[in-house]
Design a protein around this ligand. Structure first.
Ligand code: CTP
Ligand code: MG
Length: 410
């Protein structure tokens, strides 16, 4: 058996278009590639497969073929991959795909690119059935709803027994000669069909239904698009940032920690307001964002930041975090100083910082320590602060080198 697969990507996606989606569904970007790629890649993992045919809309074939070439260069599928131009109806596109198969092909899987979630296991079970002698095999699921047939006025004309009903999917597998014969009859007799099995049924040939996959849904209506939302973005990644800052005691600015003034403390030498705790905190947040440090964002050579309020600078850093979809979860702050004594002010500083970060106070921890008289803090020459911030960030920053085709015109 020489088994090929046809992936149908020539539809116009009219149900999505009528809801204002301007890109045909098979070209919507999914995991850094146009959606049709997912089906080709999955089918290519079938060891029995000899080759693939992708069927594209004639009006959009240039962009689609360019995208396919780029994808094949980036991730070769290890199989011949041909293309064909589809027709007005699905069955016309299948016929075009059949015409593009090589002479040696003897069996075929016909698959809708609009069903991107098929698994290699489903393809393998279809291939096994064909190898075992079935000439037409399709996946189907028992239906949960009672199905009614209605007339043009919406009046029920029949209720087929539910236990005997199957909702069928693609890929559908066929002996190639049989499917060709079915399409030839459809063309000569004007049969219309919504799947290929239907044409084979009309020839009077048996069609075997095997178990389908609940996940193998067809992207059809706008509400189905949520299935294409990047899986990763639903599961944010936890990131950690570290910040460290030092300020020297000396005539300059009044001493503040987390915007809280500490009466009786030494003055701070600083370009800005010298709030060493908020400086360490901002660096930790920037660490979560991968955005360098506050020196880069607010250079002290820039007069605009002379005397700048750290609370306002922190607001800008938080705005940057929001813009990147990064959500702060927790901050752990340590003040290292011989003087002043921090403990009387601890609760107020913690609350002030929590308010600035818009976090509940229990998500902000504040510690203070001396260095036992050692080093510059021990000699009361200055103060240092360290901060560790934990945040949740979307995993999916736009993939580099995205190969989605420019939206084909309809
Ligand atoms: N298809 C095709 N050629 C057509 C019509 C459909 O190749 N002339 C393909 C679609 O690209 C899709 C599959 O057949 O992968 C199933 O069709 P459907 O879900 O109906 O897609 P569209 O026809 O594109 O959508 P709509 O019916 O909403 O216009
Ligand atoms: Mg259609």
């Amino acid at each position: 058996m020489s088994l090929w697969a046809i992936v149908l990507a020539a539809g116009s996606g009219s149900r999505l278009a009528s809801a204002g989606i301007g890109v045909r569904k098979q070209f919507l970007e999914y995991e850094g590639a146009p959606l049709f790629w997912r089906s080709l890649a999955t089918l290519s993992r079938l060891p029995e497969l000899a080759g693939l045919v992708a069927v594209f809309p004639p009006e959009a074939s240039g962009a689609a073929e360019d995208a396919l070439k780029g994808l094949l260069a980036r991730s070769p599928l290890g199989l011949p991959c041909r293309t064909a131009l589809g027709g007005a109806r699905r069955q016309d596109s299948v016929a075009a795909g059949l015409a593009a198969l090589p002479r040696e092909a003897s069996a075929v899987l016909v698959h809708d690119a609009a069903r991107p979630f098929l698994t290699p296991d489903l393809a393998a079970r279809l291939a096994d059935a064909l190898a075992g002698g079935a000439r037409a095999v399709i996946p189907g699921l028992a239906v949960a709803d009672t199905i009614k047939a209605v007339d043009a006025d919406g009046i029920v004309v029949a209720t087929p027994e539910r236990a005997s009903l199957r909702a069928v999917q693609t890929p559908q597998g066929f002996d190639l000669a049989l499917l060709r014969a079915a399409h030839a009859r459809a063309a000569s007799e004007g049969w219309e069909a919504t799947d290929d099995a239907m044409l084979v049924e009309r020839l009077g040939e048996p069609v075997l239904v095997i178990g389908g996959e609940p996940g193998n849904v067809k992207i059809t209506n706008p509400e189905d698009l949520r299935l294409l939302a990047r899986e990763e973005s639903a599961v944010p990644v936890s990131v950690t940032g570290f910040g460290y800052d030092v300020h020297k005691f000396g005539p300059g600015r009044p001493f503040v920690l987390g915007t809280v003034p500490i009466p009786g403390a030494p003055e701070i030498v600083a370009h800005s307001d010298g709030d060493v705790l908020l400086h360490a905190l901002m660096d930790a947040i920037l660490g979560c964002l991968g955005e360098g440090d506050i020196g880069r964002l607010f250079p002290d050579t820039d007069a605009a930041f002379e005397n700048a309020s750290s609370a306002i600078l922190l607001d800008e850093v938080l705005e940057l975090a929001r813009a990147k979809g990064c959500r702060l979860m927790h901050a752990d702050l340590t003040i290292i100083a011989q003087i002043p004594k921090v403990s009387p002010h601890r609760a107020r500083i913690r609350e002030a910082v929590a308010r600035l970060l818009d976090l509940p106070p229990e998500r902000v921890n504040l510690k203070a320590t001396t260095e036992e008289g050692l080093g510059f803090t021990g000699e009361k020459k200055g103060i240092k602060c360290v901060a560790v911030v934990t945040a949740l960030t979307p995993a999916a920053f736009p993939a580099p080198g995205t190969l989605a085709p420019s939206a084909p015109s309809r």
